[in-house]
Ligand binder design. Structure first.
Ligand code: APR
Length: 229
């Protein structure tokens, strides 16, 4: 029976693929007002602006590739029962080969009606006037600020069952995602890979911070994990 490994990933894991993070210098939120482009209020006020913001991010996905951090995470499935719980809305974990990915904040390559949670694959731009069969405007299947995170209870249950937790590439500023590691059992080792790690609130768990970029840090973590099974 393989040990259960949970990977909690954020934008930093896709940085080496050329996708901007949010809060680093030059990050996405530096060029945009979050509430204008990533909130229900912003969408109601100026839907075309919001749709264009996500159209640009969706188009970029067709120009980038998974990086070594994504590949190592996928390869860990050989030795562990891996679940990736990601805040990212890109598809790079899946394209690197991860087979068990839970997107907390939605997916750029899915769309839904503004009147429903039922999402479906959508790889094109979404423009004003693109209607769902229910007659309502299509929107990106993205969790905006202030909206519920439907997958959070499933994510908590997964972390509660983990034997190991790896946090990679997140500034740990956005809840409830940032609080997920707190649900690990007290004796479960936690590894945090980030070149500029946020301060992890005090935890009884053994926490090891690896202040490296994802591709290097995940190599170090893989060594440590494989020596423990
Ligand atoms: N490798 C690993 N981590 C990196 C790298 C890299 N090459 N480059 C930067 N990082 C780290 C940064 O140090 C930072 O801690 O990635 C983290 C990125 O933090 P944020 O930009 O805040 O991204 P994230 O934590 O995923 O944001 C969470 O906020 O805006 C919302 O919904 C959005 O899902 C997002 C959520």
């Amino acid at each position: 029976m393989k040990k259960k490994l949970v990977i909690l990933s954020g934008a930093g894991v896709s940085a080496e693929s050329g996708i901007n993070t949010f809060r680093d210098a030059g990050g996405l939120w530096e060029g945009h007002d979050v509430m204008e482009v990533a909130s229900p209020e912003g969408f109601r006020k100026n839907p075309a602006l919001v749709l264009d913001f996500y159209n640009q991010r969706r188009r970029q996905l067709f120009e980038v590739q998974p990086n070594k951090a994504h590949s190592i995470i996928a390869e860990l499935e050989e030795d562990f029962d891996v679940t990736v719980i990601t805040q990212n809305v890109d598809d790079l974990h899946e394209r690197a080969g991860s087979t068990n990915v839970l997107h907390l904040h939605g997916e750029l390559l899915k769309a839904r009606s503004i009147n429903s949670y039922d999402a479906f694959e959508w790889k094109e731009d979404i423009n004003l006037g693109d209607l769902h069969t229910d007659g309502h405007q299509l929107r990106p299947h993205i969790v905006w600020f202030g909206e519920a995170v439907p997958a959070i209870s499933e994510a908590i249950e997964i972390v509660e069952e983990a034997d190991f937790v790896v946090v990679v590439g997140t500034s740990l500023q956005v809840y409830p995602a940032a609080g997920l590691m707190d649900y690990a059992k007290p004796n479960v080792p936690i590894f945090y890979v980030d070149p500029n790690p946020a301060t992890i609130p005090y935890m009884t768990n053994p926490v090891e911070v690896i202040a490296k970029v994802g591709s290097e840090g995940m190599e170090i973590v893989r060594e440590k994990l494989v020596n423990r099974i």
